[in-house]
Write a protein that binds this ligand. Sequence first.
Ligand code: ISL
Length: 605
Amino acid sequence: MPVRLLITCCLAGLLAACKLMPKEEDKKEEKKASDKYAGIPGRKWWKEAVVYQVYPRSFKDSDGDGVGDLKGILSKLDYIKSLGVDVVWLNPIFASPNDDNGYDISDYEGIMTAFGTMADFDALLKGMHERGIKLVLDLVANHSSDEHNWFKQSRASRNNPYRHYYHWWPAEKGKPDPRFSFFDVDGSAWKYDSTTKSYYLHYFGRKQPDLNWENPVVRTEIFNMMNFWFKKGVDGFRMDVIPFISKDTSFPTLPARYHGDFVRYYANGPHLHEYLQQMNKEALRNYDIMTVAEGIGVTPATAHDFVDEDRNELQMLYHFDGVGLGYLPGQFKQVDPKGYSLVAFKEIYSRWDSTFAQKGWGTIYLGNHDQPRMVTRWGNDAPAFREPSSKMLTTFLLSMRATPYYYFGDELGMSNIKFDSIQEYRDIETLNMYRKIKKEGGDLVYFLKGQQISARDNGRTPFQWDSTEHAGFTSGMPWLKLHPGYKTVNVAAEEKDPASVLNYFKKMVRLRKSNPVLVYGKYQLIDKDNPSVYAYARTLGNEQWVIVLNFTSLGQYYTPGLPLKQGEKRMVQMGNYSSYAPGTMLPEGNLLLKPYEALIYKMIK
Ligand code: ISL
């Protein structure tokens, strides 16, 4: 080999090795951070983690079919690592006919064809673990797909051994009492099946029959399946609509005030906690894993039953109070054009903080695959404000006492696509609700206008990697239209720009992880009635930090709510404008906050 080539190869090898090896400085920083955590009681890795949610369909396509896949994710693990996050939650990747994008599973131990193979999954898990990233899967066990073998058998005859895997209502008993389903064209959760002259229950789509958890064999099947994945090494489960697994199977007549409020009237059935305790005993407790319930219908009063350590059930749940704010009552996901009340917003997040102040542990999120983009819904996606308000919301998520669940794409400041016509939607919820309203002669224009803000597809558009065709997501036709903003809002551009939303997110992750006060510190709401600014203190030992967030598009004079004690100063730790650099001292009087300004400062002597 010529000498020059040899030298070049050696240098390249050295560079590659350097990239993989943690730098001396990084190691020192990690050591310093871990020293700061020493002696904190009740520590758990999942309390200190930042969870990054990846919607696999829309992250990265490796084979040009327009659908994201496991190999695609594998090829982007270094990107995920670069974010500094600890855990990836993947939406369902199991075999599915995709009526509800994988929330309708036809084989719990198989991989969806469009996503790849089990070998791809094994490689992905290995790649994550090599990088110190944990993997959490989605457990969809309230219902399966109607194409699951269990259901095919169950519907075949009344005396099939699988009959009682699902909820059936024989037609000779008359029509079952009405129950509402969000994803049904007729809005009905009972579907007549002529083969056995019976109705089956489906709280979600018609192709998502509810499993019968009263049947102990069903429970064993589910626990075995969970163990199958744990044995492979997965690090936990996010549990889809888990409060729905237990039902009053006499299906009583609902009171007149029911009005389709399915969460209040038929989630949280009588055996729910018994089943979760059994799940814990049969599967969860044998592994060092994390669990998080989709806490639909869970209130601060009932939350402890799910997550307190001595209950031996789950570890975390996410509530719906926050994301449910600001909708017009009695209408389907129409946000109030006047916006939402920041005072109410603060009240909700403060209430949930205090719920877990002594016992249990909280979660926090503003976006996920069922929600619109956080910047559109909670910030401001107008060109002048998209960046600062994205950063401000990121500051909020990463400075609260709760494990942050951060939705992919929010780190770029991705916003709602706001489709004009029903043809552009792919989501069963929007499509079937549209059909239902049309059948009933309702106002479709009003419905579509509302969906521009609230539809789930807004949060599902393909990830934006670069400014090339289809944003580097696929070489084929993307399954859902790309946001046209991808030319400027993309990873390649934002990695290069030190002031980008992406780089801000990375800095915030680092700040949180290296300062336990942001993870474990006591939370105290300051100035609760201020309608424009959300401010709170975080205190751990003798360290006190204050977070100030301007939630408006206007400048705000802000009088710091915590007065300075003798000799005290306010030292900036982080901000989304360049006006206050980290390390500088804030002036003593009022602060003039810019639109959507976020500031974190530390009280120092
Ligand atoms: O998305 C919603 C309303 O717009 C919710 O009511 C949602 O249906 C509810 O939170 C349950 O969500 C979960 O189960 C569904 C699935 O479609 C969602 O994607 C999943 O997160 C059925 O499995």
